[in-house]
Design a binder for this molecule. Structure first.
Ligand SMILES: CSCCC(=O)C(=O)COP(=O)(O)O
Ligand SMILES: [Zn+2]
Length: 201
């Protein structure tokens, strides 16, 4: 299976879970010649490999591209540029990610110290990793600029994801399967956070 067909397989699974409802979300995979990303505004439950748009390594979109790339392509570009190991970037809109994005203080969200965090390589006992939440600027390039500044502040341990306030979750991984797993792990954490507050209120 090529990474492009894995992406399509995952798009269908994420759609079925309700995490890319309607036209929401966008996915990309790194390829030898750049990266391929889902088209903008297309229903995410009906994608095929032929719909994917190539952004060549030059960063210049071919003028004969049949589809417009995701409007959030600058976020994918920023991740691939700053994370050399990233081979897939997945962005989803889950209800719980949107709810907890409102709980951030000073641009970051406190995650619960759950065993699940070890799925990201965090070792229990270490300080809890920072989980950034960026403002949902109207121009996505402004969100990408905030992400770029975040990457420039080097840290011991970097979680492979971030939230955009009242918008959604973006993750990356060293393979499409890893990116998919990261979406699932974050979803578990966010559902735990929402349920804990509901139970204790
Ligand atoms: C109803 S989705 C609004 C746009 C968005 O947030 C998204 O994830 C999808 O945008 P794209 O351009 O990638 O289709
Ligand atoms: Zn989005």
């Amino acid at each position: 299976m090529t990474s492009e067909s894995q992406l399509i397989h995952h798009a269908n699974q994420l759609y079925e879970k309700g995490w890319m409802a309607g036209t929401s979300g966008n996915l990309s995979v790194r390829t030898e010649d750049g990266f391929r990303i889902t088209p903008s505004g297309k229903h995410k439950g009906e994608l095929s490999v032929a719909d994917l748009v190539l952004l060549p390594s030059s960063g210049v979109l071919p003028s004969d591209s049949p589809h417009r790339p995701s409007a959030e392509i600058s976020l994918h570009q920023t991740i691939y540029r700053n994370c050399p190991d990233a081979r897939a970037v997945y962005h989803v809109h889950t209800v719980e990610a949107t709810v907890v994005s409102e709980w951030a203080r000073a641009g970051s969200l406190e995650l619960p110290p759950l065993e699940m965090l070890k799925g990201f390589g965090w070792r229990g006992g270490d300080p809890l990793p920072v989980f950034p939440v960026f403002s949902n600027h109207a121009d996505v390039r402004d969100i990408a600029a905030d992400l770029e500044s975040f990457f420039r502040r080097k840290r011991e341990f970097l979680l492979p994801g971030f939230l955009i306030r009242l918008h959604g979750l973006t993750v990356w991984g060293d393979s499409p399967a890893a990116a998919f797993k990261h979406v699932e792990l974050f979803d578990f954490l966010f559902r735990f956070m929402v349920l804990s507050r509901t139970v204790s209120s």
